[in-house]
Design a protein around this ligand. Structure first.
Ligand SMILES: NC(=O)c1ccc[n+]([C@@H]2O[C@H](COP(=O)([O-])OP(=O)(O)OC[C@H]3O[C@@H](n4cnc5c(N)ncnc54)[C@H](OP(=O)(O)O)[C@@H]3O)[C@@H](O)[C@H]2O)c1
Length: 382
């Protein structure tokens, strides 16, 4: 296992961090699974295996597995395992409507985890508006009080918004770490590589989530992409290529890997035994670029999410719909993306709300035939 300095905090962490958002699930009598029903024995076995094999960073959150991830993680950290790791969890800021809510939620999390303190306490999934809202509720005083009382050690945040929002949040407080979504497809998405380098330039350790794009870079690999990977003289799995691309960046401190089986965990730990920064050659980086371009060539709609079309007067979330549609095609993941689309439907933002006013088409810099493409996406996703 490779270890990297956690910024200037004076300790090292394993480059592989155990993500506890996709733990193994119980198979119910009818053969189905329910994400809130973790296969506790197997999950604990996996967390122990990870720690026994050098992993010392564990990531969970209030909401994972319907609230049960913290409970199972806490059980796994009994019998001396707690002392061997840095534990990260996240405050569900969307449940906080007052200062007292912050304190109540933190105490609840400490109780669920059965620990006296949390190493990294992240404000979960910050975006521009959430950050403004909780700043007004004095979240910074709350964090400082929590550090002073010893309930948490290091405040941080996880992030889902655009690059400018990322930079302004980074600049707004003396963060001890941050967590961003990054993989070779999302190089320029959300905080992206530029955000990674921005945080790095300020000495803020960056933890990576969704390194395999939630598994999409590991499964259903199209033949032409597999051939490209295999064109290199050293044969590697697509998973290894994706992890290597990330740990090549010296600014990356920890890569969280969400694993659903013991086999995946063992494979990924093995891959991280080579996790040296600046270890990829130009030839290897070129192959990743070509694979990325090939994935991108499979997109159905050339939307760059510039948001010029927004807000839609009928509430249709146009860039999100195109992103879901493109993901479904690129990764042959219609079932998974249909679930994402259903969430938009529940919020009244799906394509069926389009009244064909054409306002979006008149401003789209890519000249996309938005009305037709929305119909196409709706049909494919429903
Ligand atoms: N703060 C936030 O907003 C936020 C958001 C997302 C994630 N996170 C954190 O970041 C962690 C990592 O993100 P992620 O879970 O999305 O990571 P990921 O690595 O992008 O995706 C994990 C999935 O990839 C597949 N996989 C992993 N290893 C594999 C292997 N060796 N072979 C084949 N498939 C493999 C598995 O999916 P299948 O078995 O289903 O194929 C696994 O569930 C999470 O667990 C969570 O702790 C935080």
């Amino acid at each position: 296992m490779y270890y990297r300095d956690f910024g200037n905090l004076g300790f090292k962490v394993s480059t592989f961090g155990m993500g506890c958002m996709r733990l193994p699930l119980q198979v119910l009598p009818d053969g189905s699974t329910d994400s809130s029903k973790i296969d506790e024995a197997e999950a604990i076995k996996m967390i122990h295996y990870a720690i026994d094999n050098g992993v010392n960073y564990i990531d969970t959150a209030y909401g994972y597995h319907g609230g049960n991830s913290e409970i199972v993680t806490g059980k796994a950290l009994k019998n001396g395992y707690r002392e061997k790791v840095k534990l990260a969890t996240k405050l569900p800021v969307w449940y906080a409507n007052s200062y007292d809510d912050f304190e109540r939620l933190l105490d609840e999390q400490l109780a669920k985890l059965q620990v006296d303190y949390i190493d990294f306490y992240l404000l979960h999934a910050l975006n521009k508006s959430r950050w403004e809202k909780i700043k007004n509720l004095n979240v910074i005083s709350f964090l400082e009080k929590a550090v002073a009382s010893g309930k948490i050690k290091y405040p941080g945040f996880s992030f889902h918004d655009d690059l400018s929002a990322f930079k302004s949040i980074i600049d707004d407080y003396d963060w001890k770490m941050c967590q961003i979504q990054l993989n070779f497809i999302d190089e320029d998405y959300q905080a992206g590589v530029e955000g990674l380098r921005y945080a790095g330039s300020k000495g803020i350790p960056v933890v990576i989530m969704e390194p395999l794009k939630g598994g999409r870079l590991a499964r259903n690999i199209p033949g032409d992409i597999r051939n490209l990977w295999d064109s290199y003289h050293v044969k590697r799995s697509p998973v290894e290529w994706a992890f290597r691309w990330l740990y090549n960046f010296p600014e990356v401190t920890v890569i969280l890997s969400g694993v659903s089986t013991m086999e995946q965990l063992k494979e990924n730990i093995e891959i991280f035994s080579k996790a040296a920064p600046n270890s990829m050659t130009e030839e290897e980086l070129n192959i990743v670029d070509k694979v990325k371009a090939l994935y991108e060539s499979k997109t159905r709609v050339g939307c760059t999410a510039c948001n010029y079309c927004m807000p839609c007067p009928s509430g249709v979330d146009i860039p999100r719909i195109f992103s879901i549609y493109n993901n479904a095609v690129m990764f042959d993941d219609f079932a998974g993306q249909a679930q994402q689309y259903k969430m938009l439907t529940d919020e009244g933002k799906d394509a069926s709300n389009c009244v064909e006013c054409g306002q979006c088409e008149s401003v789209c810099p890519q000249n996309i035939e938005i009305i037709e493409k929305l119909k196409e996406a709706h049909e494919a996703l429903t």
